[in-house]
Design a binder for this molecule. Sequence first.
Ligand code: ADP
Ligand code: MG
Length: 706
Amino acid sequence: MKCEAAKLTDVFGSNVFNDAVMRERLPKATYKALKKTIDEGLPLDPAVAEVVASAMKDWAIEKGATHYTHWFQPMTGVTAEKHDSFISPTAEGKVIMEFSGKELIKGEPDASSFPSGGLRATFEARGYTTWDCTSPAFLKEDAAGVTLCIPTAFCSYTGEALDKKTPLLRSMEALSKQALRVLRLFGNTTATRVISTVGPEQEYFLVDRELYNKRKDLVFTGRTLFGAKPPKGQELEDHYFGTLKERISAFMKELNIELWKLGVSAKTQHNEVAPAQHEIAPIFSTTNIATDHNQLTMEMLKKVAARHGLACLLHEKPFAGINGSGKHNNWSMSTNDGQNLLDPGHTPHENAQFLVFLCAVIKAIDDYAELLRVSAANPGNDHRLGANEAPPAIISVFLGEQLTDILEQLEVAGTAKSSKQGGELKIGVSTLPALPKDTTDRNRTSPFAFTGNKFEFRMVPSSASISGPNVVLNTIVAETLCQIADRLEGASDFNAEVQALLKEIVVNHKRVIFNGNGYSEEWVEEAERRGLPNIKSTVEAIPYLISEKSIKLFEKHKVFSSTELHSRYEIHLENYIKQINIEALTMLDMAKRQILPAVVKYTNELASSINAVKAAGVDADISVQEEMLREVSATLVSFKKNIATLEKVTAEAANMHGDTYKQACFYRDEVFAAMGRLRVDGDKLETLVDAALWPMPTYAELLFYV
Ligand code: ADP
Ligand code: MG
């Protein structure tokens, strides 16, 4: 496990069938053909696949692999794999190691047990996995040995996407196509692809594994369902960027090595705001590879934590009253010759182009705020969005002073040329001046912030795949770029048309720009006046997936068919229902079988003490014990009543059939609400009952005893 600094370069990517390995091991012609497929999105020749499969197998076996798997991302949000060994029997009763092009390209896992949202009945079990050669194959080392993992897309017998990778790849193509149209208008003849890029910052908690195992809620639901406030929380703000504890540094060191081996460019790591909370961020890559790598990162976080006697919590809100976790999805677009399209740049000509791409994003965010909101919705995030720690549930864009100022000038000027007072910032299409690069201060409260040369979407849930948000981002920006290209391609005077277009976008969409405090109550009111949607919960957000507008958009860009959208609508609702149901059942179990008995024991102790003191016959004051007993008993009565209510509504919810949406609403309004009431009593009991009798580790232990 040792990794000296000098060896880091050897370790990095050592378990990846990457470009360097392919160049070394593939015949030149094969390498070239494969590269063409990867870089230009051309169809893959089966003959090429045959040669690649053979080289991949040899490489994997040399590194100790015995099995291979098509690694895919079903709608569960986690990855799936089914291992096959390389062995193939010979006539002499022996085996040889084989791996054909066909096995590389296509797999056929039984798909019937993955969520399909009605896309497929269980008797139609066929599902296919197809090699995604744009994300490199890698070796996984674990107790099972070494396994060659081939990133794949997963679809049904009828060709519908059953996974999170297929729509992402489709959305990348859509974006590339439309962005290229706009680039061509600006005279770019060299770029052949535009790639959306992402660097996700991943937040997580680490708690002691022994303590974790004693909490059914953490084990079954990923979050605490009971837990009184500890005496110390995050108020001292002493954890953020604080010195790492030895145990944590040891964990991070090993995590980095494991990730580097897999070619994940883990770059930054630090303590986060809450006690026991940390963050890891890689260097950005294509949205496809970044999504794969984020899945691997989440998996490795859990695995390495276990090796260090720790448990990694990826839930959005593991602890009430303590900051939760999210993912900051840093997103941009760049050409395949390396130009970041959201970089303000230096030359006037590039600035005009930059402003068009910037305005395209702003318009997309305003036009499709609801879709962006759904993409960040999950039951865990309902505890954060709008709850004064994460950005609000309202989508807005932070641009910073200087860009906002430029857009304001565009709005006012309306002509081809104008300049700011003092002449530093000229506004004109072909004569736009260079913009200062470091535009402004940061704004931590904005859900969608421009940060110099990229946008940071900060609503993304920590436990979820980043595929969803990036599918939406890619597609909505593709749509606005499409509208822009349609208009500019037909313009007789290009410069004048660009000018008019930019002005129009600013006028029509400036309502989505907000540079103030996103956490304030005033913003909620202001946003309402501006007519911005404020979608407060997951259940409320999900139906937007199948709105007419959404279906039209995704069908136009061939990212989702209407059927695929409907299946996702069902899956999201079902997932919500299942998750809240598990939480309710876990809570009931803890309440009835752990907390109730402990409290009863304590009341017994108090009662015995009162009796014993009385029996002693001395004239002692027993008012304190009596008062304690009264308070505990009163809370216990309320607690028991709330258990009964939660039991009743959970049973009722589980028996609702037919309309999934109605059922999900019932879970939110009745079950989730009843859980909240039960928790209040449970947490109060924790503060009243003898610590020695409390049946589970407390917040103080979980958060500070790492
Ligand atoms: P912070 O926001 O915490 O200051 P950084 O500025 O280091 O962090 O950036 C956060 C993430 O943004 C990193 O993963 C980084 O690689 C990524 N990033 C930087 N440039 C781009 C880009 N053009 N496209 C997508 N992600 C980017
Ligand atoms: Mg950031």
